[in-house]
Design a protein. Structure first.
Length: 69
């Protein structure tokens, strides 16, 4: 490949990654507690809206039974 082709491929890759990330450059990874704080309210909302509390209780009791508590 010529130098121009290599630069074109790199530029296309950068543009694609920018488009997928919404134009923002990632400055690192998100702390797990921050990710949890973002995900838990949505999970609770979806569980309430779609009636998932019963499923959560059933799964939790099944897991508790498997580990012997």
């Amino acid at each position: 490949m010529t130098d121009t082709a290599v630069r074109a491929v790199r530029r296309a890759r950068d543009l694609t990654s920018d488009a997928l990330s919404g134009g923002r450059r990632s400055s690192g990874t998100r702390h797990p507690l921050v990710a949890t704080a973002m995900a838990v309210p949505l999970a609770v909302l979806l569980a309430v809206v779609f009636g998932g509390w019963h499923a959560v209780v059933v799964q939790a009791s099944s897991v508790a039974g498997l580990i012997g508590r």
